[in-house]
Design a protein around this ligand. Structure first.
Ligand SMILES: C[S@@+](CC[C@H](N)C(=O)[O-])C[C@H]1O[C@@H](n2cnc3c(N)ncnc32)[C@H](O)[C@@H]1O
Length: 235
């Protein structure tokens, strides 16, 4: 896959464990790839304003938070859900970095760590946080966030808010599993409740998981390393 929309630049300031939070057992996602996927979805959606973005398997919220920091001007709402309450604890922390309150709290924590231990890693985190601040204080950066526990495979799920772009990195590794078998088709069925006719969805999975749900047409498919991305729209 050739990157078309995501520039070659250093994303060190978004590294997991620097300013963004990371925890054992909570997966992350390559920043440049996430940014490329979002921008391809925007291209298919047709407009880059006031996007309501949803990740139904948000894990620790790393993918959503990095996309939002890099594309804040295009996004008005973020919906983040996961079945796992432990992952959601980290998602709330990461997504708090989309507001100055969250950034200031993280800055106080990192300053205290630097004063106590004097580590170079904390010094660089304090430099990285300045980059985040400059993004979040931009006049056009104003994102409302809803983060909640939700089983996306449950037929009686009641999340029905309309969303424009859905990006989700489904379970495929040893680190995290689907809560039940054949997740992708069932998830696509449930996601119809939150989509309108122009909504775009990008699912990232591995080569072993196949989509057989025929209610969607495929706009793009590409592979980077072990990750297969499919960009879809309702037929
Ligand atoms: C690969 S991880 C997502 C990582 C995330 N993209 C990030 O950047 O932090 C997949 C997530 O799917 C969640 N999951 C598994 N079954 C689920 C279900 N039935 N409903 C919602 N989430 C589910 C897992 O708890 C896990 O957090």
């Amino acid at each position: 896959m050739k990157y078309r929309t995501s520039k070659v630049e250093s994303y060190d300031f978004l590294a997991a464990g620097s300013v963004l939070y990371s925890a054992p057992g909570i997966p992350n996602f390559p920043v440049r790839l996430g940014n490329e996927i979002f921008n391809r979805c925007l291209g298919h959606y047709g407009t880059g304003n006031s996007i309501r973005l949803y990740d139904p398997c948000c894990g620790g919220g790393y993918l959503l938070t990095t996309i939002a920091l890099l594309n804040g001007k295009s996004i008005s709402h973020i919906f983040a859900s996961d079945i796992d309450t432990r992952a959601l604890k980290w998602a709330r922390k990461n997504l708090s970095l989309l507001s100055m309150d969250g950034i200031n709290a993280r800055k106080r924590q990192l300053t205290e760590l630097f004063q106590t231990y004097g580590k170079d890693s904390h010094r660089s985190s304090l430099l990285h946080i300045e980059r985040l601040m400059s993004l979040v204080t931009d006049d056009d950066f104003d994102i409302s966030v809803e983060c909640f526990q939700y089983d996306i495979l449950n037929n009686s799920g009641s999340f029905t808010s309309e969303t424009d772009i859905i990006i989700t990195d489904v379970p495929y590794g040893n680190l995290v599993q689907w809560s039940q078998e054949s997740g992708i088709d069932k998830m696509l069925e449930q996601l119809k409740k939150t989509m309108h006719k122009d909504s775009i969805i990008a699912i990232i999975h591995d080569k072993y998981q196949k989509r057989t749900n025929q209610d969607y047409k495929r706009l793009e498919k590409f592979k980077v390393g072990k990750r297969v991305t499919e960009i879809l729209k309702l037929k």
